[in-house]
Design a binder for this molecule. Structure first.
Ligand code: PMV
Length: 343
């Protein structure tokens, strides 16, 4: 009997404290700005890949729903790169489950592509190391490069792969995610970035300032300095959103509830609550706070009008392999990253 070409993996999502927004002119999905993120437990994807000689195209099922050939293009592009490293020409069944509510409208591409690359490379027995998995994940979705590692992770400007900075335990922070609006975002991050780069007069200013903000974020994380971190994290998100808002036509992700939350967090910090906001390509607001303060932050966010749901998430581990027996939902994790304190 031929061995099954079957692999399973899991990865956590991450949220950038210093944002990346913009592609490098060097191409190949390299980033124009450096970024630094925190990998977050509670926002995870489990993916299984099985190559199968009876298929005439890749079949991708995401949370129980089969994607059209067009929707599966980015997944097939990843599989093509891995297939190209083998003499095989087989297509694959891909099944992916997000353990966080997809209705929350949270980006799942980071955890999704990190888990996909690891599961598919395992199915093909390619023996890729973490930098190589991170590189391939980055080529699909740059933020996915960071989800390969746990804790605080950096992706330097134009770097081919992400690198771990320090464990989540070094500076134990959590995030409360305030969902203002569920559902798919009107403008995806890739097209949003290209559009802002082409049409916002502030885009070059953002690219010029981003390394400085990133350095402030990095220093504050290493020195466990929440006050400095809070200012730098908010500045990074606001600089990034300024390029979106000032593009033509404007990419305005913010809703009334988003603005309500920004005011509330600024006020609460003045009152002494260690909280800082950040936002990605969407209206939802993520509030960073020390772990011991997380329940209080989440409780407050639930009381803000316009907030539909609040998720509390804590530092997460790097990507890992899953056992092949039993249902994907219950498969056990196998350590894969050596020397990762968060594994
Ligand atoms: O990974 P992408 O290419 O979909 O871009 C994500 C960009 C932001 O989430 C807005 C910022 C970041 O650094 O994660």
């Amino acid at each position: 009997m031929k061995p099954r070409l079957h692999g399973r993996a899991t990865a956590c999502a991450n949220i950038a404290l210093a944002k990346y927004w913009g592609k490098s002119p060097l191409g190949n999905n390299l980033t124009a700005t450096p970024s630094l993120s925190l990998t977050l437990d509670g926002l995870t994807t489990r993916t299984e890949v099985e190559f199968d000689a009876s298929l005439s195209a890749d079949r991708v099922v995401l949370n129980g729903v089969e994607l059209s050939r067009e929707e599966a293009t980015r997944v097939s592009a990843v599989l093509d790169k891995l297939r190209a490293r083998t003499p095989l020409t087989l297509f694959a069944h891909v099944r992916s489950l997000n353990t966080f509510p997809t209705a929350a409208g949270l980006a799942s591409s980071a955890s999704g592509f990190a888990a996909l690359v690891l599961a598919a490379s395992k199915a093909l027995d390619l023996g890729l190391d973490a930098p190589e998995v991170s590189r391939l994940a980055r080529e699909a979705s740059a933020s996915a490069a960071r989800s390969v590692y746990g804790g605080y992770v950096e992706l330097e400007r134009e770097a081919v792969a992400a690198t771990p900075l320090c464990s989540g335990a070094h500076f134990p922070l959590g995030m409360a995610v305030a969902v203002v609006e569920a559902g798919p975002k009107p403008v995806g991050s890739t097209s949003g970035m290209l559009h802002t780069a082409r049409t916002s007069p502030y885009y070059q200013t953002w690219v010029a300032h981003a390394p400085d903000v990133y350095s402030r974020v990095k220093r504050a994380v290493l020195e466990r300095d929440f006050a400095t971190l809070a200012d730098a994290v908010e500045h990074s998100a606001l600089l990034m959103h300024s390029t979106m808002i000032t593009s033509q036509p404007s990419v305005l992700y913010w809703k009334a509830g988003t603005v309500e939350l920004l005011h509330a967090i600024v006020t609460r910090r003045k009152q002494g609550h260690p909280e800082a906001f950040t936002m990605d390509a969407g209206p939802n607001v993520k509030v960073l706070t020390p772990l011991e303060h997380l329940p209080q932050t989440a409780e407050f966010l639930r009381s803000v009008p316009g907030v539909r749901q609040v998720l509390s998430v804590t530092p997460g581990r790097g990507a890992s392999l899953l056992s092949l027996d039993g249902p994907l939902e219950q498969a056990h994790e196998h350590p894969w990253l050596e020397g990762d304190p968060d594994s």
